[in-house]
Structures are given as structure tokens and as C-alpha cells.
Ligand binder design. Structure first.
Ligand SMILES: [Zn+2]
Length: 358
């Protein structure tokens, strides 16, 4: 039996941040906001005004920058002291995950306000927890999804282009990953088979990106919101999440996990890793050469990486390719693929991708 899981309310548009208070007021009576210093400097004024207009009290908690168990516990203690019933996370992925962690600890209503569209985290129930050395230690699940996801596209379009591109990378793979999960008979995060809704979301996500990504990237380069930007953000923040939670993740995301073990790829982004991982998956699937070439042309057009040199700033060594393959195969996503892969098969596929995209 399929299980459909999603956020119950998603609000997107230019300047919607000014209505955050009104949208949050239906969820509770006292809110706390978790955000880092940079986001507070940019947005605290606008957010505070929207809460004042909604006659709703708002307390601001400064996020220290890493989603550790200790930071979540500290924020939760302060949220509890303020008697909050709603917690809002605003920022990149980490402030949102810290707020999700507090919601999970205290069973609060939770609002996600992403300020970049670089990944599929904001609307998901997943929380990536790290240690003090910034190494991911576990992925927790919230008891419920974020109760509201509010995405101000004017804020998204004014963030650096690289984040917007990474979001496209994280989303472009979802159609192929959901198809791979369905073929393998794999289960989603909720222990259910891939649903038709998951597959439909992934297809819609892919089509929106293929139609709108190029003009949207040109618009974001000029910090301009347009119908293309709106379409891409809906694909990368909403549909991308519906796809992976209801369709599942496969080889593209397994490879993304492997990247975190390559020291020379430090400071490259998850969505960039997924874009590369998709090429590895398509080679493993022995897809038609024209499909792969078409996708490579798309990557080139929008500015997504297609070779390891783009991550390592130099040609990869054989050791790096082997390490990437060995670490990727350990990811649970590697098991959602049929036929089963091992490190050697992944290694060969990576070498083929390197030869493909020269
Ligand atoms: Zn992802």
C-alpha cells in the first residue's frame, strides 16, 4: 500500500515573506524564529513587521551555525522557556534543520523559510544532524512534516546563483531515481512502495526544469524574479521533495554521499554532487547515448558540473575514483537499484562518465 507524505501547506512568490506572520498565525499563538546572524541582518526586520501586523508575538533565537544534538537541545530549552508553540527556521539548510530538530524535540508546529533554493530539504521531514567537526552523524525524521513552507522568490533570486543551480542539480535526478526505485521494488523512507504520485511529481519536476531552467538561470544571474524562476523554484523546493519522499532516491544520491569523503571536493554542494551522480546512474542503466548527450548539453547550458575535474579543480586520481565508488556503495540509496551494484561497477561507471563528457 502506498503512503503519500508531504507538507500540508506551501506558499511561494515574490515578497511573500511580508505575509509570514499571517500564515503562521493559524498554527499557534507564540512563535520563535531560528536564524543565523547573516539571515537576521537581512530579514529580521521584515519578519518582525509581519508578525506585528498579525498581532503575534515573535522571539528570535540566533543559530550558531551547526546542527548538532547540543545546539538543538540548547535551542529547544530556550524555545520551551518562551512557551512557544510554533518554531520557524529561516536560512539555508542548516537553520531549517535546527528548527526541525526543536520541533521534533518539543512537538511544536514548524515553519520552513528557505532563503536559498539549493536542495530538497525545506519541505521534507528529514533532519541532517552533524557533530562539532561538521561530519554528518545521522538523518532523523520529524514526527510530522513542516506545517508550512514559505518561499519568497525575491529572496531566492537575490542569493548567489550557485545555490540556485545546485537546487536544479538536486532535482533533475529525481525522475530517474524514482524510476530506478520502482524498477527495483524499493521502499520509500516511509517503508512504502513507490507511488504513482511520487513518479508523477518526479516527471513534472523534470519537465519544469527542462523547460524553464535556462531562462531562469539567466534571470537569477540578474537577481530578477520571473515566471521561469517561479517554475524552477516550485520544481526544486516542492516537487523535488514530493519526488524523493514518495518516489525514492537511488544511485545519483548514493554518489552524492560518496563525495563527502573526497577532501579535494570540500566546499562543493550536494546538488552539484547529485547532478554528477545522475550521469553515473544513467551509464549504469546503459541508457541511450542520445539521452545522455542531451542531458550533458543541458548541464553545459545551465552551468552544472559533469566531470570530476569541476569538483577537484584538477584531474581525479585513480585513488579518488576508487574512494568515491567505495563510499558511495555504502549509502542506503545504492541498494535501491536493480541489478545490485558493487564498488567495482560504480568505479567503472565513473570512469565511463569521465570519458563521456570530455
Ligand atoms: Zn538531495
Amino acid at each position: 500500500m502506498p503512503i503519500f507524505a508531504a507538507t500540508p501547506r506551501y506558499v511561494q512568490g515574490a515578497e511573500v515573506l511580508s505575509s509570514l506572520g499571517r500564515h503562521t498565525a493559524v498554527l499557534g499563538e507564540r512563535s520563535v524564529l531560528v536564524a543565523d546572524g547573516i539571515v537576521l541582518e537581512l530579514l529580521a526586520g521584515k519578519i518582525s513587521t509581519s508578525f506585528a501586523e498579525a498581532n503575534m508575538p515573535l522571539e528570535i533565537l540566533r543559530f550558531q551555525g551547526e546542527v548538532t544534538h547540543a545546539e538543538i537541545a540548547s535551542l529547544a530549552a530556550r524555545a520551551k522557556a518562551s512557551k512557544a508553540d510554533v518554531i520557524i527556521g529561516a536560512g539555508g539548510g542548516k537553520a531549517l534543520d535546527a528548527a526541525k530538530g526543536v520541533a521534533r524535540t518539543l512537538n511544536l508546529r514548524m515553519v520552513s523559510v528557505p532563503t536559498v533554493a539549493s536542495n530538497d530539504g525545506p519541505a521534507s521531514a528529514s533532519i541532517a544532524v552533524y557533530d562539532a567537526n561538521h561530519v554528518m552523524v545521522e538523518v532523523q525524521q520529524m514526527k510530522r512534516h513542516p506545517d508550512l513552507v514559505l518561499v519568497d522568490t525575491a529572496v531566492i533570486a537575490s542569493a548567489p546563483l550557485r545555490f540556485f543551480l545546485a537546487g536544479i542539480g538536486d532535482a533533475i535526478s529525481k525522475k530517474f531515481e524514482a524510476e530506478a526505485c520502482a524498477k527495483a521494488g524499493a521502499l520509500t523512507l516511509f517503508g512504502a512502495p513507490v507511488s504513482f504520485t511520487g513518479i508523477a511529481s518526479a516527471n513534472a519536476c523534470y519537465q519544469l526544469l527542462r523547460t524553464h531552467a535556462k531562462p531562469a538561470v539567466d534571470d537569477v544571474r540578474q537577481q530578477r524574479v520571473s515566471s521561469h524562476v517561479e517554475a524552477v523554484v516550485e520544481a526544486t523546493v516542492l516537487l523535488s521533495t514530493l519526488s524523493f519522499e514518495n518516489g525514492g532516491l537511488s544511485i545519483a544520491h548514493a554518489i552524492a554521499r560518496g563525495f563527502s569523503h573526497l577532501p579535494r571536493a570540500a566546499n562543493t554542494l550536494h546538488g552539484e554532487h547529485v547532478a554528477y551522480g545522475l550521469l553515473v546512474q544513467l551509464v549504469l542503466e546503459q541508457r541511450d547515448a542520445t539521452l545522455v548527450e542531451d542531458l550533458l548539453a543541458f548541464y553545459d547550458d545551465v552551468g552544472l558540473p559533469s566531470r570530476l575535474v569541476h569538483f577537484l579543480r584538477d584531474q581525479p586520481t585513480q585513488e579518488e575514483i576508487s574512494l568515491l565508488a567505495e563510499q558511495s556503495v555504502l549509502s542506503p540509496s545504492a541498494a535501491r537499484f536493480s541489478p545490485q551494484v558493487d564498488a567495482q561497477l560504480l568505479c567503472n561507471a565513473i570512469i565511463s562518465v569521465e570519458a563521456l563528457s570530455k
